[in-house]
Write a protein that binds this ligand. Structure first.
Ligand SMILES: Cc1cc2nc3c(=O)[nH]c(=O)nc-3n(C[C@H](O)[C@H](O)[C@H](O)COP(=O)(O)OP(=O)(O)OC[C@H]3O[C@@H](n4cnc5c(N)ncnc54)[C@H](O)[C@@H]3O)c2cc1C
Length: 385
């Protein structure tokens, strides 16, 4: 069996499929032999990816729904309609994404897709080697998205964003289908920063997600119970049916993930594309892939790509994460101060690592400074190591 390729893509989830789809579309891999290795071929709707954007997404065709109106609720039951200017909040269902990308990539004869379990990925004298449960593969470059929890370094913070989301169906939904609850803190904060997303997907269906930032996961029944309490008592929906559900855990850390080790290029969560303070990954990964494509076009190599998240934004991210993990400035209070005292479109740019110093200043002055001094200096020192 042929086991020499130009490119091996390890993991065909969000980042692996995005990369292959976009590289083939951009014609940068037309002359390359490529193999995609994943232990499973995905088709199910196992994830819902949401992200805000003020430009056109590379996956515009597969966006299930977009909302222009976003609101925020604090724990005191005050609601705020956010001024998000030209940002929209977009939802992609993973089943649509998998089908869409697979349909396109599978017609390319220079791409092979195998279902095997990856055991190791390493650099060799002439490129890289991937060992699976049934074969050894060699290539000039490997793009890796197989995540393993890193061995944390001193001072690294590691929280988990864990959530249970349900799509509910009800004849009495009573929600505006054009408006989402971006963050709704009207729930108990006993386990850490805890909030709901509400994304109405039609007149009678909505995704409701119970989300926490904390060290430990909860007993499964608690997610269920809190969702029920919120849907009935806060949203006022007495009768509903759950038609889909998802559970997820996203690492929130300031661990400095390596983008490149020799000829192995890490993408997605393992490449550091998950923002430490928010868990959002989809749009960051697309920006990384844009930079990879740009590098191929200008230098014919994926090595030495420019990172779109600057050192300044990594320090902010790490500082925010440390403040959240410290627990003195409660998460609900921090986000309430942020969203009620500064402009929402600046916050979205800030959380997307695209804010200017002026925008940063507006956000920083909305927060209580005393909680930030120590975490900021720790993050600054950490970023120099
Ligand atoms: C339920 C859920 C919802 C999320 N929602 C959002 C959201 O709304 N917005 C957002 O920005 N981010 C979201 N995220 C975070 C992030 O976008 C996703 O985790 C995303 O899938 C990360 O992409 P990835 O390519 O790094 O990893 P994955 O998509 O998980 O892909 C990794 C691939 O590697 C394969 N693999 C793993 N180990 C092996 C092995 N040993 N051998 C072979 N194959 C292997 C897996 O099968 C998988 O296909 C969500 C995460 C989860 C879990």
């Amino acid at each position: 069996m042929k086991n020499e390729y130009d490119i091996i893509v390890c993991g065909g989830g969000m980042s692996g499929l995005s990369l292959i789809y976009r590289a083939l579309k951009a014609n940068i891999w037309s002359n390359k032999s490529i193999i995609l290795i994943d232990k499973e071929i995905k088709t199910a709707n196992d994830k819902t990816w949401c992200f805000w954007e003020n430009t056109i997404s590379p996956f515009e065709d597969v966006i299930f729904k977009k909302w222009k109106e976003m609101c925020f609720f604090d724990i005191e039951d005050n609601g705020y309609l956010l001024n998000t200017k030209d940002y929209s909040y977009n939802m992609i269902r993973s089943s649509d994404f998998y089908n869409y990308t697979f349909d396109y990539i599978k017609s390319h004869s220079n791409l092979k897709i195998v279902r095997e379990e990856i055991k190791s990925i390493s650099n060799t004298a002439s490129g890289c080697e991937v060992l699976t449960d049934s074969c050894n593969y060699h290539a000039e470059f490997v793009f890796n998205s197989v995540y393993q929890k890193p061995k944390l370094k001193e001072n690294n913070t590691y929280l988990q964003q864990h959530f249970k989301g349900v799509i509910i169906e009800s004849d009495n939904l009573n929600l505006d289908p054009n408006k989402i609850h971006l963050m709704d803190f009207r729930t108990s904060q006993e386990y850490g920063a805890t909030f709901f997303y509400v994304l109405p997907t039609s007149d009678n269906t909505a995704l409701v997600e119970y989300t926490l930032f904390s060290e430990k996961l909860l007993d499964p029944h608690i997610y269920h119970q809190r969702l029920k309490e919120y849907i009935v008592n806060i949203l006022g929906i007495a009768e509903y049916k759950i038609i889909e559900s998802e559970f997820g855990v996203i690492p929130m850390t300031d661990y400095p993930f390596e983008r490149t080790t020799g000829s192995i290029i890490n993408i997605g969560t393992i490449g550091g594309d998950t923002r430490g303070s928010t868990g959002y990954t989809f749009s960051n990964t697309q920006k990384t892939i844009s930079n990879i494509i740009q590098n191929y076009k200008s230098k014919e190599t994926p090595l030495g790509i420019e990172e779109h998240i600057s050192r300044k934004h990594r320090i902010y991210d790490s500082t925010m994460l440390k403040v959240l993990a410290g627990g003195k400035y409660k998460g609900h209070q921090l986000f309430t101060d942020m969203f009620t005292k500064s402009k929402a479109y600046d916050i979205l740019a800030f959380l997307d690592a695209e804010s200017t110093l002026l925008q940063d200043f507006g956000i920083i002055k909305s927060l209580i400074p005393q909680y930030f001094f120590k975490p900021f200096f720790q993050s600054l020192l950490q970023s120099k190591k």
